[in-house]
Design a binder for this molecule. Sequence first.
Ligand code: SF4
Length: 441
Amino acid sequence: MKIGALILEHYKERGTFKKHYFDKSKYYGLRMVIDSVERNYNTSVDYISMKNINEYDVVLVSLTSATDVWNLIYTFSHYGLDASKVKPKIIIGGAGVINIKTYLNFGDFFVWGRGEKTIVKLLDYIENNKKHKCNNVFERGLNDFNETFYINQTDNVYPHEVNGWKEEAIGCKKKCHFCQYTYSRKYTNSRADEQNYSTASEEHTFENLEINDNRVYVSAIDGFTERLRKIINKPIKDKQIIKKLQKAQGLGTETRVSLKLFNICGYPTETKKSYKKFINLIQSADYKKKMTPLSLHILITPFSAEPLTPAQYLPMDLETNYRKYFQSKFVGENGYVWKGNNITLYFMKYINSNWAHFQRAIVNRGGIEDGKIIEAIVNNKSFKNLSVPEKMYNIKKQTDFKKYKKKYNVDEDNEWGYLESYISNKKIDKMAQKLHNKLGI
Ligand code: SF4
């Protein structure tokens, strides 16, 4: 059996065909699956493109995010192809595989969650017709959306080193209500010093952030106000923020410390005053005398209601172009928001526009028909050259736009209700209702 891993063509910047494309850490999951295939099948998996796809029997596709869905649809459809029109069986997996409805025609099998064991069973099914009982696999043409599918979990990290990297932890102990990662990946940790790591990602949780020297630090606060952070289950207090910033200024060196903080804007009930309040908070942390200089970079992401999380039914602000808003309202000519005696506050300009935000929302909340909208857009050359407001104008006019941005009631029908994670939907719905109540919506 000839097996390949498909390099997707990029909807925006074509021609990303590179030998080392999958070496990036975000493709660790795919490389682990390839490793598992190569160990169990004594074969090697090639990196392939659409040009030689028909030389293969099985092709693996990795989706790392909802954005990759747009690339997947583009990759096939601009050649006039879909999964039924190519020779190999297309198996789609990866962290970006959640609601598969918009790209159903571009795969034969869809795998949710951990795939290193599932892939072996699936290949045996394809090659030898050996039945599998994987409840994390959807087979197009056989399964339907009245069934329930589960995000596959594991209690053990992958035992082998892949590409010089060994998996040490999966998931996160914390349960921020917006975070799909923690609700779709059960926490597992093989590290001896477990207490120092509550998340598998490289980023420090804010509580664990210790600024001791002049390095670049990365952490997250994920809300502009203490009220919202508490409601979304990330209860970082204003005074904790002040304390960390003051500690950095007190290092006693002249070399600058750099702190990057991820933050989320656009939660329901957030007001524009929240941003002013946040700036005031940072100002209040600045010491009057000259101490260690601190660059504070805020990386802002608009809130996205991700399936399987307690925040999945919340409304999303797809109307505001936050990239433009923050740059025009707060960033001065010198590129910063505010400069005090020691602290310089920046709002980074790489904020998703509402167009990018919509691209995610249509995949998360879309149905089979919505897939046709994506297909039409990626194949329309003139659409690509439109400005963000022009794109949004067309989308609002030509789609059921409300469906992507609205608040869903907890018991309302939605497009992704066929999925269940390691925490039952019943439990998540209870949490969702509590969240709605706390927000008063
Ligand atoms: S946002 Fe970060 S800290 Fe919160 S649950 Fe997700 S990974 Fe953990």
